[in-house]
Design a protein around this ligand. Structure first.
Ligand SMILES: Nc1nc2c(ncn2[C@@H]2O[C@H](COP(=O)(O)OP(=O)(O)OP(=O)(O)O)[C@@H](O)[C@H]2O)c(=O)[nH]1
Ligand SMILES: [Mg+2]
Ligand SMILES: [Zn+2]
Length: 302
């Protein structure tokens, strides 16, 4: 690096086919980022969300000299240093899958992100479905999570949701077709690419193909991310970690230090489950995450 050039601070906002986009904080300009050989030997790969420093080579190119140590690196979606995850779901189109939401809540909590739940597309629900969604909302609120019901299309609840994007990097995550890009467009006024959910399968079409961070407010970013429909928490953490990230379990003190809340007698979580204080659906997700093929009746007996 030439000695007379001052290092500039920036952040990787996008990575497409190995090409990095760098946003510089000084002037909010974006460049094609080229990591120096020295840096490439230090860290194998850079991801969206990585804080970097380097020099402007020309109007379009930025040589990346260094990268800050990461606070975290999510696998799904692949993004570094996120502080908050806004998990987007729909009751229908596509159909709500509690197990996926529950797995995401565990995974993001484990990474130290603050997970928030958003149900989008409330404009397409009939009265009965609205009631069903209210019940689901209550389950998650009682478990200890914030839940928003919104419509990106009708701009319902978007202003309230805006207040949640108050950290340096907030990401929108969830299955394909739930409206992550649509919510981002509604929040920012940008016009991102969106696509109809398939009528036949009721699934999204994976319209967003990579993570992209958009500047939002003062030095904060919202990440649009590709949809995904599977996550295995045991690929991320040890099975002993899983119960620590079911927020409603933490309210109960079991007599055993590392209670699995499955096999132990006198388990306070199981007692709460029997009393109806913990949702059966959530507990079913817990067993499934741990790949325990135990029928609920077995747990609830006596
Ligand atoms: N009725 C209704 N449709 C919506 C709403 N939000 C999004 N959509 C539609 O849902 C479809 C999918 O929206 P996207 O924003 O592309 O969904 P996505 O989550 O970004 O999907 P991927 O990029 O594939 O992960 C589009 O046809 C949107 O117009 C909403 O609030 N109401
Ligand atoms: Mg999208
Ligand atoms: Zn227990």
């Amino acid at each position: 690096m030439s000695k007379n050039k001052k290092l500039k601070e920036g952040i990787i906002t996008e990575k497409i086919a190995g090409k990095l986009e760098v946003y510089t904080f000084e002037n909010g300009k974006t460049y094609l980022g080229i990591p120096r050989g020295k840096l490439r030997r230090k860290v194998k790969t850079l991801y969206a969300g990585d804080f970097v420093s380097g020099v402007e080579i020309d109007e379009n190119t930025f040589a990346i000299e260094d990268v800050k140590e990461r606070k975290n690196l999510l696998i799904r979606p692949k993004v570094a240093n996120a502080s908050k995850a806004i998990i987007v779901q729909t009751l229908k189109r596509p159909e709500f899958i509690p197990f996926l939401l529950d797995s995401l809540l565990v995974a993001y909590d484990y990474y130290g992100l603050d997970p928030i739940i958003v149900f989008n597309k409330i404009d397409i629900l009939n009265e009965e479905e609205k009631k069903e969604l209210e019940k689901i909302k209550k389950i998650y609120q009682d478990a200890g999570y914030k839940v928003y019901l919104v419509s990106a299309k009708e701009r319902i609840g978007i202003e309230e949701l805006k207040k949640e994007f108050d950290k340096d990097i907030c990401i929108l995550a969830g299955p394909s077709g739930v409206g992550k890009s649509s919510i981002l467009s509604a929040l920012t006024g940008l016009n991102l690419k969106v696509q109809e959910v398939s009528e036949k399968t009721e699934r999204g079409r994976h319209t967003t193909t990579g993570v992209k961070l958009y500047p939002f407010g003062k030095n904060s970013f919202i990440g649009d991310t590709p949809g995904f429909s599977k996550i295995d928490v045991l690929e991320i953490m040890d099975e002993k970690e899983v119960p620590k990230h079911f927020r409603e379990f933490l309210k109960y003190k079991c007599p055993y230090k590392n209670c699995t809340h499955i096999y132990e007698e006198d388990c306070e979580v199981k007692k709460a489950l029997k009393r109806g204080e913990i949702s059966l659906e959530r507990y079913k997700s817990y067993l499934k995450m741990l790949k325990k093929n135990i029928p609920l009746e077995e747990i609830l007996k006596d």
